[in-house]
Structure formats: structure tokens, C-alpha cells
Design a protein around this ligand. Structure first.
Ligand code: UDP
Ligand code: MG
Length: 140
């Protein structure tokens, strides 16, 4: 299995409750290494573009409002099969469906305010990493 990278966001519901460290600890314990990290306030334009794939979904407007409602921590994670490893520790989108031991089971407030984002493919990971980070900000 190859060492790869994925992109993660610690969402506003988690930063608001001071859970940046707790979430990061679960990522690290899952075998992921934080190779880039910064706390930012996403602009409306950034959030709209980042979630463009969901533009036609009924929750798009509220999702953009939520993602800009407070600071987020954007991260690049590295590890064996990083995309899947991260998705596994994140848990299901809806915390009601999330398995024990996952970040969303532990922390998510709702299907929207679900504490973390994670890329869903290697290709999207590369696009999402490049959306927020320059190469010289990533130190593996
Ligand atoms: N979302 C929402 N309502 C829904 C489905 C998704 O508010 O019915 C939000 C939620 O924050 C989710 C994000 O939109 O994390 C992106 O949805 P996706 O289906 O890509 O879920 P994820 O990949 O984050 O598990
Ligand atoms: Mg997704």
C-alpha cells in the first residue's frame, strides 16, 4: 500500500468547541501525519467554489453559510492509503449512522455540522490540497 496524501478540514462546529486538538489526535492515532495545517476564515467565494460539486443540492446555501460561520483548520494528511484511512476515521456523513470510534460519532452535531471534511478520491485530494496550500507549505 502506497503512502499518499489527503485533504482535511476541521469544520466550524469543531473549532468553536475547541476540538482542534481532539480531532487531530484521532487523525494521528489512525496513522495519519499532519504535513500541513493552517487556521483560516473561509470566504464565501472560497466555500462556494470548494463545494461547487454540491451546487445543485438543496443544502448548498446552508452549507456555505455554515462553512463560513467561523474559523476552520485546513490540513494535508499523509499516510498509507490516506484517503480511505481518513474517510474510515471520519465516519459516515450523518453522525446518526457513524460507527463507534469515529470522529463524527464522537463529535458531530448534525449531518451538516459534522466536524470534519475529507477528500473522497486521490484526484479530488490533489485538487483540494492545491486549492488551499502552496507546495512550500507542505512539509512531509
Ligand atoms: N451535508 C448537508 N446535508 C446533507 C448532506 C451533506 O448539510 O444532506 C453537508 C455536510 O457538511 C457534508 C457536506 O455537506 O459533510 C458534503 O457532503 P458529502 O456528501 O460530500 O459528505 P462527506 O463527503 O463530507 O461525508
Ligand atoms: Mg464529500
Amino acid at each position: 500500500m502506497a503512502v499518499t496524501r489527503t485533504f482535511s478540514i476541521i469544520k466550524p462546529d469543531a473549532t468553536r468547541r475547541n476540538l482542534t486538538g481532539a480531532v487531530t489526535k484521532m487523525l494521528e492515532e489512525a496513522g495519519l501525519r499532519v504535513v500541513a495545517s493552517k487556521r483560516i476564515q473561509m470566504t464565501e467565494d472560497q466555500a462556494k467554489k470548494f463545494y461547487e460539486v454540491h451546487a445543485e443540492r438543496p443544502f448548498y446555501g446552508e452549507l456555505v453559510d455554515f462553512m463560513t460561520s467561523g474559523p476552520v483548520v485546513v490540513q494535508v494528511l499523509e499516510g498509507e492509503d490516506a484517503v480511505k484511512r481518513n474517510r474510515d476515521v471520519m465516519g459516515a456523513t450523518n453522525p446518526a449512522d457513524a460507527d463507534e470510534g469515529t470522529i463524527r460519532k464522537a463529535f458531530a452535531e448534525s449531518i451538516e455540522a459534522n466536524s470534519v471534511h475529507g477528500s473522497d478520491s486521490d484526484e479530488n485530494a490533489a485538487t483540494e490540497i492545491a486549492f488551499f496550500f502552496n507546495d512550500d507549505e507542505i512539509v512531509g
